[in-house]
Design a protein around this ligand. Structure first.
Ligand SMILES: [Zn+2]
Length: 269
């Protein structure tokens, strides 16, 4: 076993609660491109201004037509990666209390994570800007492809159009999602950051708060802007290290019935 993983396992066994914050590097092996809140995208050719909130508000038809080129971004057929599955397993083992994610691919939910905050939304769904009625983004894109742009709400009597359920570049996070994320992080004494550059505010504030009142651990391949605040940094690929962590934790946690009631499932975005 990787020595760093052994150290991390010790930290988690002793923790009263563990919240995990994941970023764009989790899911890199799922083939899902990302359009981060800071406009960072894994598909390099993407111009964030084309897909920002300003563009959506001034030119929703153009926004959606250009969105056809981003079909993969809204693809809901991608499978969770090993890191997603490992985090869901760690929740089952009662190691992890909740997952907060900057990703919009819905893959933590697909992998089985039950307490989840999707800070930047879920791009596989779109909602009417007027009444909030939700449809799969794939359906909305089908309508754009057949000439209906922007795609309209199908609620009788509603004249709104659809918007992807992701936080667009230049758009504020939902207060309910950010509030839930802070609450969950407060309930834990360890915040484990996985695969995030921690460069996007206000999410990047969460590790600062965690380091002030508890233990911050950062895991990933790249340096982050908050490494200096971490108790320690685990350098490596989450898709390899997290399954190792699962193995290290099996059988080391008290049985759930000895630790009280299981927490209620919740999904906030
Ligand atoms: Zn509507």
């Amino acid at each position: 076993m990787d020595e760093q993983v052994g150290t991390l396992a010790e930290t988690l066994v002793e923790a009263d609660g563990v919240t995990v914050l994941t970023g764009a590097d989790v899911g890199a092996t799922s083939g899902v491109p990302t359009l981060g809140g800071d406009g960072s995208a894994r598909c390099d050719e993407l111009d964030p201004k084309m897909f920002g909130i300003d563009r959506f508000e001034t030119d929703p038809a153009g926004f959606w037509e250009d969105g056809l080129e981003l079909d993969a971004l809204y693809d809901d057929s991608a499978d969770p990666a090993d890191a997603h599955r490992a985090l869901a397993r760690l929740e089952e083992l009662d190691v992890v209390d909740a997952v907060l994610t900057e990703n919009t691919d819905g893959l933590h939910a697909d992998a089985g994570t039950r307490r989840l905050v999707e800070l930047h939304g879920d791009a596989s769904q779109s909602a009417c800007v007027e009444c909030g009625r939700s449809v799969p983004t794939a359906d909305a894109l089908d309508r754009v492809r057949s000439g209906e742009s922007p795609p309209h709400c199908s609620e009788p009597g509603c004249h709104g159009h659809l918007k992807p359920d992701a936080v667009l570049n230049g758009e504020d996070l939902s207060e309910s999602a950010y509030g839930a994320a802070r609450r969950m992080a407060w309930e834990s004494d360890v915040l484990l950051v996985v695969g995030s550059s921690l460069s996007v505010e206000p999410v990047a504030t969460l590790p600062e708060e965690a380091a002030e009142r508890g233990t911050l651990v950062i895991l990933g391949e790249e340096r982050t802007e908050k490494d200096h605040l971490a108790e320690y940094v685990v350098r490596g690929d989450a898709d390899e290290l997290l399954p190792e962590l699962v193995e290290a934790m099996q059988g080391r946690m008290p049985r759930r019935e000895d630790r009280g009631q299981a927490r209620e499932a919740t999904r906030v975005r």
